[in-house]
Write a protein that binds this ligand. Sequence first.
Ligand code: KIV
Ligand code: ZN
Length: 394
Amino acid sequence: MTDTTKTAAEQDRVLIFDTTLRDGEQSPGATMTHDEKLEIAALLDEMGVDIIEAGFPIASEGDFDAVSAIAKQSRNATICGLARANYKDIDRCWEAVKHAKSPRIHTFIGTSPLHRAIPNLDMDQMAERIHDTVSHARNLCDNIQWSPMDATRTEHDYLCRVVEIAIKAGATTINIPDTVGYTAPRESADLIRMLLERVPGADTVVFATHCHNDLGMATANALAAVEAGARQIECTINGLGERAGNTALEEVVMALKVRNDIMPFRTGIDTTKIMNISRKVAAVSGFPVQFNKAIVGKNAFAHESGIHQDGMLKNAQTFEIMRPADVGLADTSLVMGKHSGRAALRAKLKDLGYDLADNQLNDVFVRFKALADRKKEVYDDDIVALIQDQVTSA
Ligand code: KIV
Ligand code: ZN
């Protein structure tokens, strides 16, 4: 077994498998250049991601080159490539990842009735294909991940049968994809529990969860799977990915950190690197982060209302469950707008170098409110102008 699978044997350790460069790049319009991919991979490696899915080597020469280059540069992470269930894909994938200190081949096939109809294989023919392709991959590499695509819409008896075949053929990680974001948290947990109970040999492999966000439940589904026994979460930076995206790395990692009291699992991620890589992925993919996105949105650590700002000035924990520094942000931002109160204005003026007496503050506050009613956000320069007006008119 490989180092990553050994680590996962520790019961509370959850492996983080990042697929920003594969599933993330599959978002229409998110194509990244070779150099951009190398830069993102270096940041993922540095922040402690356990497995980087670097691309789909058979998809294009460019993907092949990027996966090989990432395999050569990676220092700590296992480097994984994706391959469909055929020898040509698997051989090409191996050629690309074999340079890594710790390479992994990830091979998959759609197992639900809808997906079985595409290659027109019946259940027995598909089972045979899984046996042959996983065995072939295992002859090349000792670290094999196998995924039954659309697992959450696959008949349970058939899912158990094919997972058992993949394990016997040499898979070391079994990934359970919710390919179309169809499952819900309780079902996600029940599925992992069912596989762990029913499949012979299930205790010898790592189970992974791979959730899409079509119903906005990807993070909840991934965490539920972990509580049921999955020990690898597949995710992307900023939740980038097909359609509504994948589980967001920053969300699952911070949820496990902040709510460790009720979810006692650990990852190896240095969370202070989150903000930097989030900005980088947004810039190179051309997918801006929505303002109110959990953890990495512009407003995730910003407060405008007077009650919140006053609370924050007295004790940050009143309205913040994480410290901005934990995700690599310098500080909370108190946004000055029409909901801001006197305490926040006084604090802002102090930051800007003005210590006003109460009557002066009252006057500036009245004019600040009038301005805030006309403008969405009042900037530092606007506040300085208000003070200077006051000095000139006094
Ligand atoms: O969503 C999915 O099923 C996938 C597989 C290739 C694992 O991305
Ligand atoms: Zn996916």
